[in-house]
Design a protein around this ligand. Structure first.
Ligand SMILES: C[S@@+](CC[C@H](N)C(=O)[O-])C[C@H]1O[C@@H](n2cnc3c(N)ncnc32)[C@H](O)[C@@H]1O
Length: 346
């Protein structure tokens, strides 16, 4: 039987602002820390990035930005000068704009690392384009983005970084994944230092030969929390179900559901969120390691390609909030993500 996966846009139009509640889950702390560790060395210029942080500052394209959680973090905490967030879902983009406006009004725009002063130092004055913008667009067909603003040249010089946090898992095949990487490559700047860089959060990296066993094992630990109250899904309040293998052999169809029943959604500051989250689910794809890597190359990414797995012990910042005991089941089940870094190359 073939199950039709609804288009991403309709899935997320229905989810809207509820999506933010995912980020309140303790498992999201692992995602944030892993992404930050992979991308901030580039923003800080610790990774040879001749040309970046020059005139115009460090510019990031946040593909599949959702409600703009990382778009805001990039500018407010991680040192980017400008972020353009793009998402397929009109509803998600609307929420992203509202939240940005809301934060702007509350004057919580910077934490001082790249504050107004430094922003101006980079040559961007009151007439400069806003630091965060959001647009609706499809990462598979986007083409080269032109940023509105005073200086058309600046708009087309390319981005220093493309972030794709949970973007690539919406590609159903090598072909769709290649289309996404082609968009990434087209929008990254080219230069003699290796050009811009893509940093993405993906499902855990798994080789083709291990995939079926991985899917079965993952279903045991992360699958249907209603039937197994002792597994990771029950503990952390989110299940991941590998429900159908792709006919192409390139990977599996997956469904992520908030059970809202786990330890993760209890606790004083999460009261009330449990019900809102319960039953929220979306479908996507988990493709094999070689499909990801081939798509990156076929899409035009020619530089360094590195997978960053979540390593044990878990980062101090993650463990500190909840205590080590809380993460025992997570370690047994295996991490729910990897981070993929691919440089544009010459
Ligand atoms: C799981 S959310 C991640 C949002 C955000 N990056 C984050 O981590 O908070 C996935 C997002 O991908 C978007 N999406 C799916 N397919 C897309 C595509 N082809 N182009 C752009 N966005 C897409 C969805 O609309 C949704 O907002």
């Amino acid at each position: 039987m073939t199950t039709t996966t609804p288009t991403s846009t309709s899935q997320y139009d229905a989810i809207g602002s509820k999506y933010n509640l995912f980020k309140a889950l303790p498992t999201s702390a692992i995602e944030v820390v892993s992404l930050e560790a992979a991308l901030t060395p580039y923003i800080r210029g610790e990774k040879r990035r001749e040309g970046s942080n020059g005139a115009g500052g460090f510019r990031v394209l946040d593909l599949a930005c959702g409600t703009g959680y990382y778009s805001r973090k990039l500018v407010q905490e991680w040192g980017a000068s400008y972020v353009l967030g793009i998402d397929l879902s009109t509803e998600m983009v609307q929420v992203a704009r509202q939240q940005h406006k809301h934060q702007d009004e509350r004057k919580e725009v910077t934490n001082g690392r790249v504050g107004e002063q430094e922003f101006h130092k980079l040559g961007q004055t009151a007439a400069a384009p806003p630091k965060i913008e959001f647009r609706v667009g499809n990462a598979m067909t986007l083409g080269k983005v032109v940023v509105d603003g005073d200086n058309k040249e600046e708009g087309t010089r390319g981005f220093d970084m493309v972030v794709g946090a949970w973007l690539l898992n919406y590609a159903a095949s090598l072909q769709e994944l290649t289309a996404m990487f082609s968009t990434v490559a087209t929008n990254l700047r080219l230069s003699s230092d290796g050009g811009g860089v893509f940093v993405g959060v993906t499902p855990p990296v798994v080789s083709a030969g291990e995939f079926d066993a991985y899917a079965a094992r993952s279903n045991l630990h992360w699958g249907n929390s209603e039937s197994n109250r002792n597994n990771a899904a029950a503990q952390y309040g989110v299940s991941v179900h590998y429900y159908e293998k792709l006919e192409s052999g390139e990977g599996w169809r997956t469904e992520v559901t908030m059970s809202g029943a786990g330890e993760a959604t209890r606790g004083p500051e999460r009261n009330g969120e449990e019900q809102k989250l319960k039953g929220v689910s979306f479908r996507n794809y988990h493709l094999t390691k070689d499909v990801y890597e081939q798509a990156a190359r076929d899409g035009g990414m020619r530089g360094l390609l590195e997978w960053r797995k979540v390593e044990e012990p878990l980062p101090e910042a993650v463990v500190a909030a909840t205590g080590e005991e809380f993460w025992k089941e997570y370690s047994r089940a295996g991490a729910h993500l990897s981070v993929l870094v691919v440089e544009r190359g010459d």
